[in-house]
Design a protein around this ligand. Structure first.
Ligand code: 6R9
Length: 650
């Protein structure tokens, strides 16, 4: 289709010989998974330990958004991630290597040690009345206590919801109100790039006026923070007084009992609480981790994501730990103390498998090769990318400069909703094309649909990306709003799961994700809903209306561009822009700050009053020649003014 002939990178010889999945095996397993879905997934479920085997493998109805896997099975995620390995020869192997923001700060937990910490903290949670099914919100920086909290919550059958530490007090509060947690876990603050983030302060503001009775506070920065009695308790005081010999047994939970909620932005309204359950999620996370990263015992694996996002859940914590891997957890940022930090960490811990985001690769690449070339990187065997489409230039740089031309790159397409990777190369099975996520994982049946007719297209095609069949890691519902689950993902194209992404399938059956087709902006791999940003902007008393779109950005992939109409009589000013940005930072957090705000005397609207974001996108991206027909606009003349005053260096 519209693709030029891309370069193809063949599978390196050592991968052809030593990989878990070779080319023939990929095709065999893919066929088996498609033709005998339940048989295949029953076999794969053996990757985890079950206290009781399931009665039925799956029950799926996309017309009602009902999805169940391993029905009747009993298991526990923390048991699988810890106890199993403690009872094996892995007990004294490193489970978690934590690398602090400060390069001199790192700490390793063996499986035995991590098990002990988790068990101890699980007992603390129980003491505060947390029971199976209760929600617990975690608002922590990337410190070991974050991993320990997640596992402890899973251990007692409670449900965690991790809120990214970069979210504001308001964003945290809306999540607290939505999922009604029994306990909130936070810290005095966090370190990022040498600076302090005031988490407890945000948490205090968020907790005001809520029902939360207990807040557990980790001491990280040692800044003085007020403790509110009887609500707040220090983590260290509680865990130190818990009896270390008193092991907390892992609760035997149902395969379909909830494991976690993770809020994510959609095209409309407030973030949705994406709910994942226990058995299917763990099978899928561990299986994809093993095969996609060609994970073998002894490997040191590092995913640079934050556990506040799904990538951190599935591929820092649950997938790697279920497989008994050594997983690296990094508190810092790629450019502190300098742009060579990632490479220092790889050399320091002899990382074999490295998984990061295109935005980080582009930010580092623009600083030149010397940061990379000063380091050895000989331990690396495999590279990965996630979060947004990786442009071929960034891919080539990653491959050549970081991977020295020897390490395959797995460009993994997936979503918060999918629990694990859907479309990806397998390093021993897939020749690579830079910029393509290549082929579906086992059991994944992508479909390219014509967006207007909804018809499934065959062969080479361009359209919207849907999934025909379910897989165990798929989300089960939107917390507290099953109808929204159905409406968001299953109502547009009957009988399909709709990803919200556009894609091209080429002649080799390779998929090229072209980005979101809904009103979601992908800024540095973070999903931001236009509606959320617009609501935050109109909170300013002088603003009448706002429309937000995504524009292309060299480093971030996309950036936020806002058109703002002020109330009559208000004079635009730079100060007003700053106040508007502050509104967004307060409501959502710094990640949603716009790169540009343009004053718009009026916005292009249809006669029924719908804002034509398509036109705004063309204006902001300097593609006014492609605006096309504006005759359906209520007032076509607004377009000229917007073109004249658009911001050039956004
Ligand atoms: C895992 C994660 C999901 C959205 C998704 C898509 C984009 C993620 C991608 C990719 C192209 C890749 N996306 N990986 N686009 N190639 N390899 O990122 O989850 O935060 O929910 O974002 O990210 O647009 O729909 P999430």
């Amino acid at each position: 289709m519209e693709q030029q002939q891309p370069k193809v990178y063949d599978i390196p010889d050592d991968y052809k010989q030593n990989a878990l999945i070779t080319e023939n095996r990929y095709h065999d397993m893919y066929r088996e998974a498609t033709e005998q879905n339940d048989v295949f997934w029953a076999k794969q479920a053996e990757i985890i330990h079950w206290f009781k085997k399931w009665d039925k493998v799956s029950e799926v109805d996309y017309h009602k958004a009902n999805i169940k896997w391993y029905i009747g099975g009993k298991t526990n995620v923390a048991y699988n991630c810890l106890d199993r390995h403690v009872m094996s020869s892995k007990k004294n192997q490193a489970a978690l290597i934590w690398e602090g923001d400060d390069p001199h700060d790192s700490k390793t937990y063996t499986y035995l040690q991590l098990h002990r910490e988790v068990s101890r903290f699980a007992n603390v949670l129980k003491k505060f009345g947390v029971k199976k099914g209760d929600r617990v919100i975690i608002y922590l920086p990337m410190i070991p206590e974050l991993a320990i909290s997640c596992l402890a919550i899973a251990r007692i059958g409670a449900v965690h919801s991790v809120v990214f530490g970069g979210f504001s007090a308001e964003a945290l509060k809306s999540r607290i109100l939505d999922c009604d947690p029994k306990v909130v876990i936070t810290s005095d603050g966090g370190f990022r790039g040498g600076k302090v983030v005031p988490l407890k302060k945000n948490c205090d503001a968020a907790l005001e006026g809520t029902n939360v009775k207990t807040c557990i506070v980790v001491k990280r920065t040692h800044d003085t923070v007020p403790l509110t009695t009887p609500r707040d308790h220090w983590w260290h005081t509680e865990t130190n007084s818990a009896d270390i010999r008193n092991e907390c047994p892992a609760e035997q939970v149902d395969a379909e009992d909830p494991l976690f909620i993770l809020y994510t932005s959609g095209s409309t309204g407030k973030p949705k609480g994406v709910l994942h359950t226990t058995g299917g999620y763990l099978v899928y996370a561990s299986m994809t981790h093993r095969y996609v990263f060609d994970y073998k015992d002894g490997d040191t694996y590092w995913c640079t994501a934050d556990i506040g996002w799904i990538t951190g859940h599935s591929y820092i914590l649950y997938g790697p730990l279920a497989n008994g891997a050594t997983t690296v957890m990094f508190e810092g940022v790629p450019n502190y103390p300098d742009y060579g930090r990632f490479w220092d960490v790889i050399d320091k811990h002899q990382v074999n498998i490295f998984y990061t985001a295109p935005t980080a690769i582009r930010a580092i690449a623009k600083e030149g090769d010397e940061h990379v070339n000063k380091r050895s990187l000989t331990s690396l065997r495999l590279l990965g990318s996630v979060g947004e489409p990786i442009n071929p230039e960034a891919w080539e740089w990653y491959h050549k400069t970081v991977g020295k031309g020897k390490c395959p790159i797995v460009d993994t397409f997936w979503q918060t909703e999918t629990g694990g990777i859907l479309i990806t190369p397998l390093p021993g099975a897939t020749p690579l094309k830079p910029g393509s996520a290549t082929r579906p994982f086992f059991g994944i049946q992508p479909a390219v649909l014509d967006p207007t007719t909804g018809k499934e297209l065959e062969g080479e095609a361009k359209g919207v990306l849907c999934m025909k069949a379910s897989w165990p890691g798929q989300m089960r519902t939107v917390f507290g709003d099953h109808d929204r689950f159905f409406q968001t993902y299953f109502s547009q194209y009957k009988g399909y799961y709709f990803t919200g992404d556009g894609c091209i399938r080429d002649k080799d059956g390779y998929y090229w994700i072209t980005g979101r087709v809904d009103d979601v902006i992908n800024v540095s791999g973070h999903r931001i809903g236009t509606a959320e940003v617009e609501s935050a902007i109109v909170l300013h008393k002088n603003v009448a209306e706002a429309a937000v779109i995504g524009i292309n950005h060299k480093i971030k992939g996309q950036a936020i561009y806002a058109f703002v109409t002020l109330n009559t009589g208000i004079t635009p000013s730079e100060d007003l822009k700053k106040e508007i940005v502050q509104c967004i930072r307060t409501e959502i957090g710094p990640i949603a700050s716009p790169d540009a705000i343009q004053w718009a005397p009026a916005l292009p609207k249809t006669r029924s009053g719908k804002i034509m974001r398509r036109i705004l996108r063309k204006i902001a991206d300097f593609q006014e020649n492609e605006i096309g027909d504006t005759s359906t606009l209520a007032d076509p003349s607004v377009v000229d003014d917007l073109i004249k005053n658009r911001i050039k260096d956004a």
